[in-house]
Write a protein that binds this ligand. Structure first.
Ligand code: DAH
Length: 441
């Protein structure tokens, strides 16, 4: 569901030199000076706009850089982020003792260590950090330009916060939470949006916390700590709920797990995690170290917790949305249920076309549905609620394939007029022909 996991079939989750800062609560934050978003939003946007034959990042995506919803006080994504960070810090205070070395850890008092919090790392990352370092296979679909926004052959918009694992580990950061906006070309429905937010957690263990020369027992210690932390996190977020651990697959962890909780009578996948693959640690230049990692989707958790029905709502400026969350970034106990302030009328339009053929061969097409979704997003923005492919067939004689889509338009904050939607649909049809080379039917 929300947002999709890159690696398993189920839809789970659909820095440079460090500068030390402190927020009002006294929580230690690290941010990277060269990538500090507040001062660099314009240069990041320009970097994303730089023309290149393989730049497939449209202006609608570039414009989201620097919005930082996860850092806006009382934004539901910030509320969830705060709750997770607070819980993890209290776990660390109880559980992790400071090890007497000169390690680069953020010390809260003389005996315990804290998670270092990273929440403003650049969303523009290298292909190496996002995929290669994490052992994502060269032909994995998540790397393809139909799924990922590239700026050029090396740089891309991060598709997950795991993209920061090897960089932070290589800098000697041994316990961290890293959150940020992630970008994926994807389908359109109430739980998918091309920009969403994730949080990554990582702990690298000190050898004194493990059993020397005993891989099995060391891994068991790591797994046990990971599950204890995350089980407690689920209770902190959802209350006393039933939980289920199951085996999962991610290229960068082994073993890998997924946690499901039974909340309001529904089993929901809430996060992915595992013991970090030794090769990933090697890629971070820390051969021989061991640790765990987890990743979760902030939208997904916020939608479940507050019963927010549509992912587009996170981007609205409407006060009727935001007023419902006032004060919650500070009040970590309160559970509010979002009350939809409206359900404005839905307006749907269909469009059908022959897919473009590649190299004169009608049965081969370079067309990908995600290209179509992107044109719609560009033309109609957040007015599109859902797009469904409702008919697909290949003409036996000509070998050409036809797609028919239903597009549901609905404004979240007001009614749309038919004339307004007709105009969008007209423009969309034109763009489909000029940008994708389809033949309208
Ligand atoms: N990056 C994964 C995704 O987007 C989520 C994830 C799974 C992160 C397991 C982790 C992990 O750190 O251990 O689907």
């Amino acid at each position: 569901m929300i947002p999709p996991s890159l690696f398993n079939q189920t839809r789970l989750l659909n820095v440079s030199s460090l500068r030390f800062i402190r927020d009002r609560s006294g929580v230690a934050y690290f941010s990277s000076s060269s990538f500090n978003l507040d001062s660099n939003i314009d240069s990041l946007k320009n970097k994303a706009r730089a023309p290149h034959a393989h730049n497939n990042t449209p202006e609608s995506i570039v414009s989201k850089i620097g919005r930082n919803l996860h850092r806006q006080p009382d934004h539901p994504l910030n509320i969830v982020k705060q709750r997770i960070e607070d819980y993890c810090q209290s776990y660390a205070m109880k559980k992790y003792k400071k090890i007497k070395t000169n390690e680069n850890s953020c010390e809260s008092d003389s005996n315990t260590i804290k998670f270092q919090i990273f929440d403003d790392m650049s969303p523009i990352v290298t292909k190496k950090r996002c995929f290669d370092d994490l052992l994502v296979k060269p032909d994995h679909v998540s790397r393809s330009p139909s799924d990922t926004y590239y700026l050029n052959d090396e740089l891309l918009m991060r598709t997950h916060t795991s993209a920061h694992q090897t960089e932070l580990i290589s800098r000697g950061v041994n316990l961290f939470l890293c959150s940020g906006d992630c970008y994926r070309r994807d389908e359109i429905d109430s739980s998918h949006y091309p920009v969403f937010h994730q949080m990554e957690g990582v702990k690298i263990f000190h050898e004194s916390e493990l059993v020397p020369n005993d891989e099995e027992r060391s891994n068991a210690i790591i797994e046990e700590d990971l599950k204890e932390l995350l089980t407690g996190l689920a209770v902190h977020l959802f209350g006393k709920v039933e939980m289920k651990w199951s085996a999962d697959y991610f290229p960068f962890t082994d073993p890998s797990f997924e946690l499901e909780v039974n909340f309001r009578d529904q089993w929901l996948e809430v996060l992915g995690c595992g013991v970090i693959e030794p090769q990933v640690i090697f890629n971070a230049g820390r051969e021989g170290s061991k640790g765990w990692a987890f990743g979760l989707g902030l939208e997904r958790l916020a939608m479940i917790l507050f019963q927010i029905p549509d992912i587009r709502l996170f981007w609205t400026d409407d006060k009727r949305f935001h007023n419902q969350f006032v004060g919650l970034s500070k009040d970590h106990q309160k559970l509010v249920t979002f009350v939809p302030y409206s359900k404005y009328p839905l307006c749907y339009k269909d469009v059908s076309f022959w897919l473009p053929s590649a190299g004169g061969n009608p049965s081969v097409s370079t067309y990908h549905s995600n290209d179509f979704y992107e044109v719609i997003r560009d033309v109609a923005g957040d007015l599109v609620e859902e797009v469904q492919l409702f008919d697909e067939f290949t003409n036996k004689k000509t070998g050409r394939t036809s797609h028919a889509y239903r597009i549901n338009y609905r404004h979240m904050d007001r009614s749309l007029t038919n004339a307004e939607v007709d105009e969008i649909q007209f423009k969309l049809r034109h763009e489909l022909v000029t940008r994708l080379g389809v033949e309208l039917r």
